[in-house]
Design a protein around this ligand. Sequence first.
Ligand code: 4AD
Ligand code: MG
Length: 431
Amino acid sequence: MENLASIRNLKSCVGQTVTLRGWVYNKRSSGKIRFLLLRDGSGIVQIVFVKNNVPEGTFEALDLLTQESSVIVTGKVREDARAKGGVELDGLKVETLQIAQEYPIGPKEHGPDFLLSNRHLWLRSTRPHAILQIRSRFVKAVRDFFDGDGFTLVDTPIFTPAACEGTTNLFETDYFGEKAYLSQSGQLYAEAASKAFGKVYCFGPTFRAEKSKTRRHLTEFWMIEPEVAFNDLEDNMKLAERFLEYTIQTVLKDCAEQLALLERDTTKLQNVRAPFPRISYNEAIDLLKQKGVPTEWGNDFGSPEETALAEHFDRPVFVHRFPAKIKAFYMKPDPTDPSLALGVDCLAPEGYGEIIGGGQREESYEALLQRLHEHGLAEANFDWYLDLRKYGSVPSAGFGLGVERTVAWICGLDHLREAAAFPRMIHRIKP
Ligand code: 4AD
Ligand code: MG
């Protein structure tokens, strides 16, 4: 068998003859030399073919290759200080698998609509490639953090009989003649699991029929949701800041190359260290007034308020104790002022806004039942959730972090859609 290699590892193969499998990224020729830029998913490398060193027919085959043609190339690895990965190949042999038709994505600028319609091909370009590698590394860091901290992963269902986060943005499906909804959040199930395992997290796709077109909303996004029995609001913030510090710093360390490709200035990300500042909603209202972004008490914060608040701090900030009437039914009211809920959002700097939403749950059966009624939610759909308050109810807290929002922030993206491989938005479901 030939010495199969991947471009990422070529540095350790200097002097060896290796075989690479991939796609033509670019090519050039000059007299008796052909330069082939090959990408294999792990990187890009230049292969130099010299007429006298290769079998007959090789140049003819090389000259037929188009951008994205698939090939198997054999060559000898040589150190080259000028090359990006520090190595080049002296080409010995090329085998063509398929000659690609004229590839629609070239070096010229393309509009976002065109690129999104060609997302299945666009993924091969260096920018999406870097972003999705960062996402992959971030997700691994997320799992490593919770797995290493005594959490059990419990996957929660996607078909659900009831709403977790209000009824305005539910996706309804026909479930054998009954109504079912795509999950907006795994939280209610994670709460049940936390009474079985203590510390749990769920991680999966969640769905919201967001009818407005914004840079911060997708209709399908991935959410990581830890839930911990016996935790209160303060414990929840401590967990969230420790978690963000670990995951962000890990990505900065391991994805320096990808972040450089994106030309991301990481100075502010280096600051993501616990503890984060904490301000109450009431304090936030005062701060917004000072900053000339007056907001009426009782309103939820939108993008302008979140950006203004986050600008005031050098790292992510927690805003806690929101007006209860703008928060979900399951939030526990603040015992010292029941008009406030023990909820918390974490706002990212640089205009990225809310990346985490969570809080302490109502643990009393009677209070939860009353909240369900106030929110016009059918008790029958939540009987199992109410059970958790009947059989050994304890304080409980957790949060949800949106993966695309966080990746957009890490990468410095203008829009969330680039943080998903195949983003789902109000006007886009293809490819
Ligand atoms: O604040 P949210 O709605 O909180 C919950 O769903 C809780 N049940 C979580 C919990 O306590 N277990 O959503 C959590 C996070 C937001 O902070 C945001 O990062 C992300 O999910 N998010 C979205 N991301 C992309 N597109 C959307 N339409 C999003 N809606 C929320
Ligand atoms: Mg929220």
